[in-house]
Design a protein around this ligand. Sequence first.
Ligand SMILES: Nc1nc2c(ncn2[C@@H]2O[C@H](COP(=O)(O)OP(=O)(O)OP(=O)(O)O)[C@@H](O)[C@H]2O)c(=O)[nH]1
Ligand SMILES: [Mg+2]
Length: 302
Amino acid sequence: MFEALKSKISSLSKIKEVLTEGEISLDDSSLRDTLWEFQIELMECDVALPVAERISEVLRERLIGKKRKIGTSVEEIVREAFREIVDEIFIHSLDFDEFIEKTEKPILLVFIGVNGTGKTTTIAKIAKRLLDNDYTPILASGDTFRAGAEEQLREHAERLGIRVIAHRYGADPAAVIYDAVAHARARKADVVLADTSGRMHTNVNLMDQLRKICRVNTPDLVIFVDEAIAGNDAVERAMRFEREVGIDAHILTKVDADAKGGTALSVVYETKKPIAFFGTGQRYEDLKKFSKDWFLKQFLGE
Ligand SMILES: Nc1nc2c(ncn2[C@@H]2O[C@H](COP(=O)(O)OP(=O)(O)OP(=O)(O)O)[C@@H](O)[C@H]2O)c(=O)[nH]1
Ligand SMILES: [Mg+2]
């Protein structure tokens, strides 16, 4: 996974090894060119400009600046710089399982995002994960807009053996979700997973509707679902949803579809909100809980 970024990172190690082996000193100008090229390569891997700049700054410090350790191989310096950056960015973290364990029940999780990013599929995956951990999830069919949305959710619920709360087509999603939470309270269910219809971040009315959902129901977490392959579009959309509705965490899906890796760094850097999970395929078990170590391993192969 994240092969593109991984190969860029290792190619930088090679460039610098040629430089040091040829005994060219790591003077400012040769380094500046190399780091500039690297920055462009990072951006080709969906790393947003400010993040690419920050990475290049940390590398520069480690290669010639105050953090330079004489005798350390260039490869190791590059790795250390990445570890530092990843630590810096993922200071915003969320342990989903711990959150579920410690939060008063019933817990309400609302899933939002643009069309087709994987919200409904991800809800089913999380429901399965909760069932496996002996919790009782129920689903709220808050996508009352797209034809077939409720059926899609019902199909998952039937497969998983859990309940769905739904109203008629076109109903107010805030009311559906309210109803689902009341139902969960009465039945002592643990977690309500609320689906919403996909919407463009530029659609004023539909963004209003999300604000209403949150105002009426005060979710424990608003989870923004987007694709790991969406690059800068994902960053822009995340910022917009964060500003207009408020989000608490990200889930990035379709990591298996040749995601380059940079989107994860960029969305967290820009929104300061953690990643809870990655979607890594279409099956229920294709849900990877985010961990910094796992993420680093994808790039550094450690
Ligand atoms: N390869 C891959 N496909 C995924 C992943 N997550 C979701 N999908 C697929 O993406 C497509 C859209 O998924 P949905 O869950 O319907 O997306 P949605 O966000 O609910 O879509 P709307 O309700 O129309 O906005 C489906 O074909 C899913 O199987 C993933 O992690 N990897
Ligand atoms: Mg959906």
